[in-house]
Design a protein around this ligand. Structure first.
Ligand code: SF4
Ligand code: SF4
Ligand code: SF4
Length: 317
């Protein structure tokens, strides 16, 4: 990933859009942060490297009255397709600047490797990242500090784009790899699985970062986690309420989770919340041969209805 070609494209299209959404350096060299460009002289702020991990497509709904250009990686682009399938955006108002991607860096993994020392500088060389802290320099292969999703990435090249920064990359991964963690959990007994999730959800502080970062949690101010009419869950911090929140979150994403991994990236407690959504995605694939956010002309299964679903036995009772 390199910023020069990106800057060239932004300078070319900026007069035709209201805002370009990309990345700039964050509060230190290890953190990239979203960046909103409205004037050509702001283009120099743009960065494009393996620290650009956020799924910027999350901004499309709040900016949907504007004409937007947006930088998207392969995984992020599935959000755009899912929004198109659900009729949530007007594709003609979005200029997609696609970035073929070989993987991003998990800041949490890097920080854990450098014992959370203050970051002085970060440098890239080929497939390596060098992190300079007050304790010295440490080098990592980007692959070793990537989030899990990059290790099983099926769509390194965006599935929709208007411009592409570089050559398209084909994935050599199989779908089975994406669901390995789901399979592992499915292989243990129901009782063991209950214990597993109790232990995980017990740590949940109900900060709702996973929900807020999720591009497919589109109810926003009407989320039933806060609604008092109807009053589905209370604000009590007990396991029952935490379970209820996560079950609601999971079921509202049935056949809609684009597997961008933002929920896990932002969780301050390191809870693997995406496994639940992937479990439903795997079921959706088996039942409806459907994968969220991949083909713009497809209709998500939850947006259709048949009395007799071909692969659902209950309807034959
Ligand atoms: S999942 Fe794929 S497209 Fe997304 S950041 Fe990782 S390698 Fe890049
Ligand atoms: S549930 Fe997680 S992985 Fe799925 S779309 Fe939301 S943030 Fe992305
Ligand atoms: S981000 Fe983590 S701690 Fe916060 S509500 Fe979600 S699962 Fe719980």
């Amino acid at each position: 990933m390199g910023p020069e070609k990106l800057k060239e494209i932004i300078n070319k299209i900026i007069k035709d859009v209201d805002v370009v959404v990309g990345y700039k350096e964050g509060f230190d060299k290890l953190h990239a942060t979203p960046c909103f460009i409205t004037k050509p002289e702001q283009t120099d702020r743009i960065i494009l490297n393996a620290l650009c991990a956020q799924n910027l497509a999350n901004y499309l709904l709040s900016l949907k009255s504007r004409k937007i250009a947006m930088v998207v990686k392969g995984c992020d682009s599935r959000t755009i397709v899912q929004y198109m399938q659900e009729g949530l955006i007007n594709r003609e108002k979005v200029v997609v600047i696609g970035v073929p991607c070989t993987g991003v860096v998990s800041v949490k993994r890097v920080l854990s490797n450098v014992n959370s020392q203050p970051i002085l500088d970060v440098k890239f060389s080929g497939d390596e990242i060098a992190v300079i802290t007050t304790a010295g320099e440490q080098k990592f292969s980007i692959r070793d500090v990537a989030p899990d999703k990059c290790r099983t990435c099926l769509y390194p090249t965006p599935v929709v784009y208007d411009y592409l920064i570089g050559e398209a990359i084909q994935s050599d991964k199989a779908h089975e790899g994406v669901y390995k963690d789901v399979e592992e959990l499915a292989a243990i007994s129901l009782e063991e699985r209950k214990v597993y999730w109790e232990k995980e959800f017990d740590r949940c502080i109900r900060c709702y970062a996973c929900r807020n970062a999720c591009p497919m949690c589109v109810c926003q101010d009407s989320c039933i986690a806060e609604s008092r009419e109807p009053h589905w869950i209370s604000q009590k911090s007990n396991l029952t309420e935490k379970f209820m929140f996560h079950m609601i979150h999971t079921l509202h994403l049935a056949g809609r989770c684009v597997e961008c991994g933002e929920c896990e990236r932002v969780c301050p407690m390191g809870i693997p919340v995406n496994i639940l959504k992937k479990k439903i995605n795997r079921d959706m694939r088996e039942l409806f041969n459907y994968e969220p956010g991949v083909k713009p002309d497809e209709k998500p299964p939850m947006f259709t209805f048949s009395i007799e679903e071909e692969k659902i036995e209950e309807h034959k009772l």
